[in-house]
Design a protein around this ligand. Sequence first.
Ligand code: FE2
Length: 257
Amino acid sequence: MKVLSIINPNIVLFVGDISDGSVKIIKKINEIKIPTFVILGNHDRGKDSTGETLSKQIRVLGEKYCAWDLKVFNNQINLLSARPCSSGGGYYLSKEVKGVYGPITEQDSINKIIKCSEETIEEIPLIIMSHAGPSGLGSEPKSICGKDWKSPSLDWGDRDLSAAISQIQKRRKVDLVIFGHMHNRLKRNLGLREMFKIDSKGTIYFNTAVVPRYKTDEDGKLLINFSWIEFENKELRHVSHRWYSESGEIREEDKFF
Ligand SMILES: [Fe+2]
C-alpha cells in the first residue's frame, strides 16, 4: 500500500472482496494514512454462518466500515453505502449477513438506502458505493453487471440498489455509483466487460473490478491497478482505471470520462 501514500488521493474507497474472511488483511487497511472507507464483499463474509467472522472485520474497520449508511466527507462528498457483502443476482441475504443484521427484506434494504439519501447535503456530490452494482443496466454477459459464467446470461445486479437509486433520483442528483464484484475479464472467453455506463439522469455507473489488480510490465516490474475518480467544482471530471508502478507513475490508463 506504499504506492497509495505516493499517489496520495483525498480518499480511498474499497468496494469489497478483500479478505476471504481474514482479519489480518483487513487490519492492513487500518495502516493506510489517507481517509479510507470500506464496503465488504461476498468473499469477505468468511464461511462462518454465525456472522462472527464478519462482525470481527466490522469491529476492526471501525469508522471506516460502510454499510447502509451515509458519511459526509469534509463537507465535500456525500458517501452513501448500500447493502454489504452482496453476491448480486437480484436480492439474496446470506446467513453471515443475517447473523449480523438480522432478517433484512429487500424492501427493508431499499428503505435503508433511501433513508440515508434523505440526510445527504444537497449542494455537494453524491457517491453511492456498493459491492455489486444495481440491476437494470443490461443482461448480456458483457453488461456492466451481467452474468457471464453460465448461459443464459442475466442481469446480475442488485435489485434493492436499483429501486433505491430510482427513488433517490427523483429528489436529487446521484453523481456516481461505484462497485466491484463482476470481473472485467469475462468467463468462457467472452472478452471484456463494459465497466462504465451513464443513465438518462446523468448518473455514472463505474465497475472497478479489474482482476487481478497486479501484473508485471515488460521488464518484470510490478504494476498495480487503481480506479481513479476526480471531482472539480462539485462536478465529476475524470473516471479511469489506472496501472501504477510501485513508485507511483501512471503506466497505463483506461479513461472512460
Ligand atoms: Fe464479489
